[in-house]
Ligand binder design. Structure first.
Ligand SMILES: Cc1cc2nc3c(=O)[nH]c(=O)nc-3n(C[C@H](O)[C@H](O)[C@H](O)COP(=O)(O)OP(=O)(O)OC[C@H]3O[C@@H](n4cnc5c(N)ncnc54)[C@H](O)[C@@H]3O)c2cc1C
Length: 432
């Protein structure tokens, strides 16, 4: 098989390419052939910034705009609640992107994109221009009447909120009640809310002695799901809810949140009102405001894209790409998936910068993404879920590859250990 550029791109190991860059190929780089601006330094944004620099061998300049000094990974953040991890373990700086790959990192927040003018407004720096723009700004939460995040914590964008929810759980009475909500689908990390229910049931069940029989009063975890049923790993979570935490977890489907009494910790839903010692409301998500404000979502919650390139389908915007949780394909919203989409988009942008097409038959046959989520079910056991998607030229969309949906048969300590290997690989491939 001859080594085409595309094969090379797929085969090149991250570490080897990084070495080539740090050994000086960028130091002497001539004027860049193209300039890419990336908004958002999470899973999608960091992966694309790194891979464009690596795969273009420094020929394409990349500027990453991110308001926070460090990214806190949501992936693995439910383990902060049971104190297996600290938020500090999930913090990633942008030093490696800058020093190893030559990404220009600017701490600022993007406020508006003007498609025809190819300009972005930054909060501090004002208007700047771009050749290509990648929007990887993740999610925002829809408003709920009465919901005050200073009192009721979502812990669904990780960081301070995660620590606050952990502290509230720490301070709960042993046989207290934890009320949580599951947002309307699609939301980030389909198994995530159900894994959180298990993690909290395990914390309270062990602390109260109910799980080992030394305590007689079960704590309660009330799961209010806006959806008609469990959205991922249904068999696994049904068994965990019924068999492992049968007296603790109460699962209520079709419970859409109408309002929240943040002072009295009450959630009012279409299935009734629920009061807790701790209430964890995860509202329905949409793409970040900047996409809405700029006209990239229209009336949808997410931005429509062509999955061959991740370019917006809004023809007023040329060379604007949307990846990660903000884009609106039917692929699951996960960090693993954001990382995969970033590589498809990086390859397409590099081709465009070299005047090549992204629509060759060979490339269209090879557009594949995948997703993986590991779910802690107890203090030291986990399950997992994987899925592979490929491009379907007939519909112009990504479809689940038949037979590719994989699930752990059981939660186990082996899966729990694998979860750390998998997440460390994902973190390294994204941020380092
Ligand atoms: C509890 C939990 C567990 C999870 N577990 C898994 C798992 O097991 N596997 C998995 O693959 N995924 C998991 N996920 C999902 C994963 O975290 C998200 O899907 C992933 O973070 C999406 O990446 P992103 O880059 O699109 O968004 P993010 O990672 O959220 O990054 C967006 C970035 O954009 C920045 N930003 C926002 N607005 C602007 C702006 N206007 N200008 C500039 N920058 C901006 C933000 O500060 C942020 O850094 C989990 C999520 C949660 C909450």
């Amino acid at each position: 098989m001859s080594l085409t550029r595309r094969n090379f791109i797929q085969m090149v190991p991250a570490s080897a390419a990084a070495l080539a860059l740090t050994n000086g190929s960028t130091a002497k780089a001539a004027e860049p052939i193209h300039h890419v601006t990336v908004l958002g330094g999470g899973f999608a944004g960091c992966t694309i910034a790194k891979y464009i620099r690596m795969w273009s061998e420094g020929q394409i300049a990349v500027t990453l705009i991110e308001p926070k000094a460090k990214h806190v990974s949501c992936v693995m953040s439910n383990l902060v609640l049971n104190e297996r991890l600290k938020v500090a373990d999930l913090k990633f700086e942008y030093n490696d992107l800058q020093l190893k790959y030559g990404v220009n990192v600017i701490r600022d927040k993007a406020q508006k994109i003007l498609g025809p003018e190819k300009q972005i407004k930054l909060k501090n720096a004002g208007w700047i221009s771009y050749d290509s723009l990648v929007v990887a700004t993740g999610i925002r939460f829809d408003k709920i009447p009465g919901l005050d995040f200073k009192k009721i914590h979502h812990a669904w964008i990780a960081g301070g909120q995660t620590n606050k929810l952990r502290n509230q759980i720490r301070a709960m009475p042993d046989a207290g009640t934890f009320v949580m909500t599951v947002p309307k689908s699609p939301y980030r990390c389909p198994p995530g809310p159900y894994e959180r229910a298990c993690v909290v049931a395990d914390i309270l069940g062990r602390r109260s002695g109910y799980l080992d029989g030394s305590g007689s009063t079960p704590p309660r975890v009330v799961v209010l799901d806006a959806n008609p049923g469990i959205q991922a790993e249904k068999g696994t979570f049904t068994r965990a809810f019924n068999d492992l935490y049968g007296d603790i977890i109460e699962y209520i489907p079709d419970a859409q949140v109408e309002s929240v009494d943040s002072d009295n910790k009450v959630v009012h839903t279409t299935q009734g009102s629920f009061e807790g010692d701790v209430v964890n409301v995860i509202p329905t998500h949409s793409a970040q405001w900047i996409l809405k404000a700029s006209g990239l979502t229209g009336d949808s919650r997410w931005a429509d894209v062509d999955p061959v390139t991740y370019a917006t389908t809004n023809t007023l915007f040329q060379d604007v790409y949307i990846i990660g949780d903000a884009q609106g394909t039917a692929q699951p919203k996960s960090g693993h998936m954001a990382n995969a989409q970033a590589k498809i988009c990086a390859d397409s942008i590099i081709r465009t910068a070299h005047g090549q097409s992204s629509y060759t038959e060979e490339r269209l046959q090879n557009i594949t993404t995948n997703s993986a989520c590991f779910s802690p079910i107890t203090y030291d056991q986990a399950s997992w879920l994987t899925a592979v998607y490929s491009y379907d030229p007939d519909t112009g969309s990504m479809r689940l590859v038949p037979g590719s949906l994989g699930e752990a048969h059981n939660w186990s300590s082996g899966n729990f250990n694998d979860m750390f290997d998998w997440s460390n690989n994902l973190f390294a491939d994204t941020f380092k």
